[in-house]
Design a protein around this ligand. Structure first.
Ligand SMILES: Cc1cc2nc3c(=O)[nH]c(=O)nc-3n(C[C@H](O)[C@H](O)[C@H](O)COP(=O)(O)OP(=O)(O)OC[C@H]3O[C@@H](n4cnc5c(N)ncnc54)[C@H](O)[C@@H]3O)c2cc1C
Length: 484
């Protein structure tokens, strides 16, 4: 065990059978060469506590292991790269066994004709992009950071800029291998233990530890993207622009200035894109820019209403021409925030949360406008506010998206944060929307119950597959009342 609280367990490489024809496997133990996203697993770096991306810590330690099947025996929670903002990847109690999956990252099988891949749950999206984009394949769905694991993508049922076309990641998953709460290992799919399969997709790790995942990559026409962006002066125009972009492009989203008021409330930059055709793409592959790291925690006062407003104004007007179009590489298109590692230190040691909700299409543009108004009135928002058009609800029992508009906004820790989130949740409940558990840290159990008609189904699945609630997290204690 290292001095900080992360234990590392190494084993010889193994290859499990899969029945898929072409195999890429037998990679050496991942610890021989640590990629940036697992580098913090190096012995000697203190990690007395665990935290999600929002940096609000909880006491506990994680066991990093290359062999999930063994490490998950008796474990109460799995976690990947800790990119969920809130407490979903944090232990309910410091004594709980938490497995960190990121060293278990072998590709078990890959079929180069169909793009079907089977891999261990700790494989990161960064690694998949590195290996497969040059070969003409891309994950069917990607979130806004590539520093996530396959297990985390399943447990959160992540969505991306193409949700209105391709749904969530879970819609492309064909098979899962799970360690259940009773310590048995089962395989499930849409035709085998389908209730367990759909409960696990978006189930925040509470029905089983994901050991292996099988899904199909999408073919891409080139490793480059065609992107169009537009500066939009206010919230109503923004919603129109979002609708037009969603109809014309497979991928779309926008950055919104949620600090400006009056006429310019909800102004922002709309972005849309598609994979570039072979003819449009440059003849050389994209080169990944060298990553910069955020050097230190900023003081807590550095990001405040005034600095955030100045940042927003500069970001908005940086888009000098109203419309822009051109070829871009995947990283700046999909993962602009990943350009600076550890950017979450900008919020200082106090930490932060992200509030993400979806307002149903039926509530219409007035609901989005009223929500933006409420948000600007309540304060607390930071420069990061993302708006996105979502397509129909998927089959994951607790999956987040539903047809409508999703709004995600970062908020620094502050004494009135709970009050702000309560107020936003009351609005979302009245609009028949819901929040995203992967981002959440502050929603009250009664609010979650009121906004989530599928909760009873999920809880009955838990009663069936884990009646003693052995699998639990800090979030399941807060929202489902699990006993500690
Ligand atoms: C900058 C940024 C942008 C983001 N953009 C998006 C976005 O566009 N769309 C989106 O959907 N999400 C987005 N997210 C959220 C992120 O995609 C999810 O939180 C994702 O689950 C994180 O993956 P992870 O491997 O870090 O999992 P963790 O954060 O470590 O864990 C997340 C949840 O998954 C569970 N889990 C992890 N591994 C396993 C396993 N093997 N078995 C069972 N349960 C497991 C954990 O218990 C926890 O409940 C973003 C996050 C960041 C920081």
């Amino acid at each position: 065990m290292d001095p900080g609280g992360t234990r590392i367990e190494l084993t010889a490489c193994r290859c499990s059978g899969s029945g898929i024809p072409f195999r890429v496997t037998g990679r050496p133990p991942a610890t021989l060469e640590l990629s940036p996203e697992v580098a913090d697993a190096r012995p000697g770096i203190a990690q007395p506590q665990l935290a999600g991306w929002g940096r609000i810590p909880a006491a506990g330690e994680e066991l990093l292991s290359e062999t999930l099947e063994r490490a998950t025996l008796g474990a109460r929670l799995s976690r990947g790269l800790g990119r969920s903002y809130g407490d979903s990847s944090l232990p309910a109690s410091a004594a709980d066994r938490v497995v960190g999956t990121r060293l278990a990252n072998r590709i078990v099988a890959f079929d180069e004709k169909t793009g079907v891949i089977r891999a261990e749950a700790g494989l990161s999206l960064a690694e998949m992009n590195r290996l497969f984009i040059p070969r003409g394949w891309f994950t069917p769905v990607t979130p806004g950071t590539k520093y996530v694991t396959l297990g985390g993508m399943v447990a959160s049922d992540v969505h991306g800029k193409n949700h209105h076309i391709d749904g969530c990641f879970g819609a492309h998953v064909r098979w899962l291998r799970l360690r259940l709460a009773d310590d048995s290992v089962v395989e499930c799919s849409p035709t085998q233990y389908a209730d367990l399969f759909y409960g696990t997709i978006g189930g925040m790790g509470l029905l089983g530890h994901v050991l292996e995942v099988e899904f199909a990559f999408h073919r891409i026409s080139s490793p480059w993207l065609w992107m169009e962006s537009e500066r939009v002066p206010g919230v109503d125009e923004f919603l129109g622009s979002l609708g037009r972009a969603a109809a014309a492009f497979p991928m779309s989203m926008g950055w919104i200035d949620c600090l400006s008021r009056g006429q310019s409330m909800g102004r922002g930059i709309m972005m849309a894109g598609r994979w570039a055709t072979h003819e449009e793409a440059p003849s050389t592959p994209p080169v990944e820019a060298k990553k910069k790291s955020f050097p230190a925690d900023l003081p807590n006062f550095a990001l405040n209403r005034v600095t955030a407003k100045l940042f927003n104004m500069a970001y908005y007007w940086r888009h000098v021409r109203r419309r822009r179009a051109g070829i871009v590489a995947p990283d700046p298109f999909f993962y602009p925030l990943d350009a600076i590692l550890d950017w979450n230190r900008a919020y200082g040691s106090r930490g932060f949360t992200q509030y993400q909700c979806v307002l149903p299409r039926a509530a219409g543009a007035p609901a989005v406008r009223d929500f933006m108004q409420l948000l600007t009135r309540l304060g607390g928002a930071s420069p990061l506010c993302v708006i996105k058009d979502c397509g129909p609800e998927g089959r994951g029992v607790l999956s987040f998206p539903l047809e409508g508009t999703s709004i995600a906004v970062d908020m620094a820790m502050a004494p009135d944060l709970q009050r702000i989130i309560d107020r936003l949740n009351e609005f979302v409940i009245a609009a028949k929307g819901r929040i995203y558990l992967s981002k959440d840290r502050f929603t009250r159990a009664e609010h979650f119950r009121a906004m989530e008609p599928r909760l009873a189904t999920f809880l009955s699945l838990r009663e069936k597959w884990d009646p003693r609630h052995r699998l639990r997290s800090a979030q399941s204690v807060r929202l489902f009342g699990d006993k500690v």
